[in-house]
Structures are given as structure tokens and as C-alpha cells.
Design a protein around this ligand. Structure first.
Ligand code: PXL
Length: 269
């Protein structure tokens, strides 16, 4: 199986491709990459980071790939540096996704009710167009509310219905319910289902990327959507639980490495 991960390289801070590459490789699938930007760190809580937009490199990369006749079984997009990149990603899906391949969009735009630095309402509207082409979308609750046009932090039927109009299989992460945290998704029957995990205090940048990469890896290994959600949620929760106990600067990301063996054991069962 061959996965194309389209995401940025945040040199420090363990998110995006620094997370997708090890997780997908550990799953036993090929992870090819298309870097969208290079940053010295991610943008969540660091000051003075550098940002090199790679949009102008992408057409030449695609021209070369075309000459090689490459096709991907999965295309997974994450942090995109510009609206122009959203247009390019939809072209990549049309040109490079294998016939029975799956397109997974993590509409990385914000968290805790706010858009990340540099993102605008116009970007949200453009991201909706990409979600319309996806087989699965993986927004966190903040991104889900922006996409659905519903108030944060309410989790409602309207929110799921609006998301389902964009993409028939929305998977919303980070939904708080009492002491638990839920993943909400549209089950096989077409009704909303949830998978609940213990809510561990602590915000870690890159947790969404750990979930999305594990989800894509599990799908690529032939797991069903529901199995992939359970595997990815258990892995992410275990990594958050462990990292919350380790005193450290949360900006440097999750210690997902320490939980990867258990994740793989579960994946291989
Ligand atoms: O993990 C999400 C993410 C990805 N890429 C960059 C980010 C963030 C979150 O802040 O800044 C560059």
C-alpha cells in the first residue's frame, strides 16, 4: 500500500510529516510525502518561527511524478499553507489517486475555538470545497464548527448533518462529554456513532496528526473505518496520558513513540 501524505515539515514540535512518516512506516505501508511548507517550529505557541511556502515547487514535483506514472492508494492531506495549495491538492487527488483509492482530508485550521495564525474565513470556505471531494474528513471540534457554520463548542446533530452534506463520512475528534472525550462519526447504518476515551487534561499540538496518521495507517492495513477509529483513538489517548504525566513543555509534542509498540500490537491482532 502506498500513501501520499501532504503536509508541512515543522522542523521542531512533532506534528505534520514528522508524525505521519514514522507512524505510517511503522504500520508497514509506504509513506510518500509532499511537503507544503517548511517551518522552524509549528505555529502553536512558539514566537518568531520561520515559514517557507513551497507552493511554487509543487507543479514541478507533480510534472515529474506524472512522467513516472505514479498512483497512490491513499492520499491524506493536512496543513496546507495557502488557498492555492487547496486547489493543487484537489488536482493531485484527480490525477494521482488510484481508481479504488481513498482521499482523506484533515482540514487543519484551528483548535480551542480559534483559527491558527494565518488562517482566514476565506480559507475556511475554500477548505469546504476540498472536503466535498474527500472520502473521509477528520476535523477536530473547532474545525468542524467552522466548516459546519455552527457555534463552538456546541456539539449538535446540526453540526454532524452539515458536515455530512460536505462529506458523507465525517469523523470529528476532541468532543468533550463529562469526563470523556469522544470521536463522533457516521456509522454504517447512516446514524451518528461515538467512540469514547478517558479525557486526559493537557493540550498537545500534533495530537490530531497522530490520530489522523494512525487512522490512515490502519485503513491502509485493511481495517474498517470503525476499527481504524478505535485503534487511532486508543493510541492517541495513551500518548496524551503518558505525555501529560511527563513534566515538560507541551509545545514539543506528544511522546507517541513510547506508545507505538502497543498500537502496532493492537493493529496486528
Ligand atoms: O498539528 C497541526 C499543525 C500542523 N502544522 C503546523 C501547525 C499546526 C498547529 O499549530 O502550526 C505548521
Amino acid at each position: 500500500m502506498r500513501v501520499l501524505a501532504i503536509n508541512d515539515v515543522s522542523c521542531v514540535g512533532k506534528c505534520s510529516l514528522s508524525v505521519s512518516l514514522p507512524i505510517l512506516s511503522a504500520c508497514g505501508v509506504t509513506c510518500d510525502v509532499l511537503p507544503t511548507a517548511i517551518l522552524s517550529t509549528h505555529t502553536g505557541g512558539f514566537e518568531g518561527y520561520t515559514f517557507r511556502d513551497l507552493t511554487s515547487d509543487i507543479p514541478n514535483i507533480l510534472r515529474h511524478w506524472k512522467s513516472l506514472g505514479i498512483r497512490f492508494d491513499f492520499i491524506y492531506s493536512g496543513y496546507l499553507g495557502s488557498e492555492e495549495q487547496i486547489t493543487l491538492v484537489s488536482e493531485i487527488k484527480r490525477e494521482f489517486l488510484a481508481e479504488s483509492g481513498k482521499f482523506i482530508v484533515d482540514p487543519v485550521m484551528g483548535d480551542s475555538g480559534k483559527l491558527y495564525a494565518g488562517f482566514t474565513q476565506r480559507y475556511v470556505e475554500k477548505m469546504r470545497t476540498l472536503c466535498r471531494e474527500a472520502d473521509y474528513i477528520l476535523p477536530n471540534l473547532t474545525e468542524a464548527c467552522y466548516l459546519a457554520g455552527t457555534p463552538y463548542p456546541e456539539f449538535s446533530d446540526t453540526l454532524m448533518q452539515n458536515l455530512s452534506k460536505l462529506c458523507p463520512r465525517p469523523i470529528v475528534t476532541g468532543v468533550h462529554e463529562k469526563n470523556n472525550i469522544l470521536v463522533a462519526y457516521t456509522g454504517e447504518s447512516g446514524k451518528m456513532e461515538t467512540y469514547s476515551s478517558e479525557n486526559v487534561e493537557g493540550f498537545f499540538c500534533g495530537a490530531g496528526d497522530v490520530f489522523a496518521s494512525a487512522f490512515v495507517g490502519a485503513l491502509a492495513r485493511g481495517k474498517s473505518e470503525k476499527q481504524a477509529i478505535v485503534l487511532a483513538a486508543n493510541f492517541t489517548t495513551a500518548a496524551i496520558r503518558r505525555s501529560a504525566l511527563e513534566v515538560g513543555d507541551k509545545r514539543y509534542g506528544l511522546n507517541f513513540e513510547a506508545e507505538i509498540f502497543t498500537f502496532l500490537k493492537n493493529l496486528n491482532e
